[in-house]
Unconditional design. Structure first.
Length: 113
């Protein structure tokens, strides 16, 4: 059986970040969210208890991992190891969308700085 899910038909999650976060895949083994930051929006600094892969779907933004910051654009994969602070900033004038892949699926919550 083929299972499909449209991002546009997926509800925005309530998160501490208070931005557009939508869960498009969740099993006991992994989860995938899509975060869309409007111009001027950002994620709060936080630490995730699992490794995270980010894939930039749209636009350009700034990723901060630990002490490093880098501007990235669409069609770029970024790896973030577990237990290190990270966050995103959209300082551009266009929407910025990132796919967030967590595997294994976290069993504890992120820690906010």
């Amino acid at each position: 059986m083929i299972i499909t899910k449209k991002l546009s038909e997926t509800a925005i999650m309530e998160t501490a970040h208070r931005v557009d976060v939508r869960n498009i895949y969740s099993t006991k083994d992994a989860m995938i969210n899509v975060i869309t930051l409007k111009p001027g929006e950002f994620l709060k600094q936080h630490i995730t208890p699992v490794n995270v892969a980010f894939y930039v779907l749209k636009g350009r933004g700034i990723i901060e991992i630990g002490e490093e910051k880098e501007t990235v654009e669409e069609n770029t994969l970024i790896e973030s190891p577990k237990d290190i602070m990270h966050c995103w900033y959209n300082e551009s004038e266009e929407d910025f969308a990132v796919m967030v892949i967590k595997a294994p699926k976290p069993v504890t919550k992120s820690i906010f700085i």
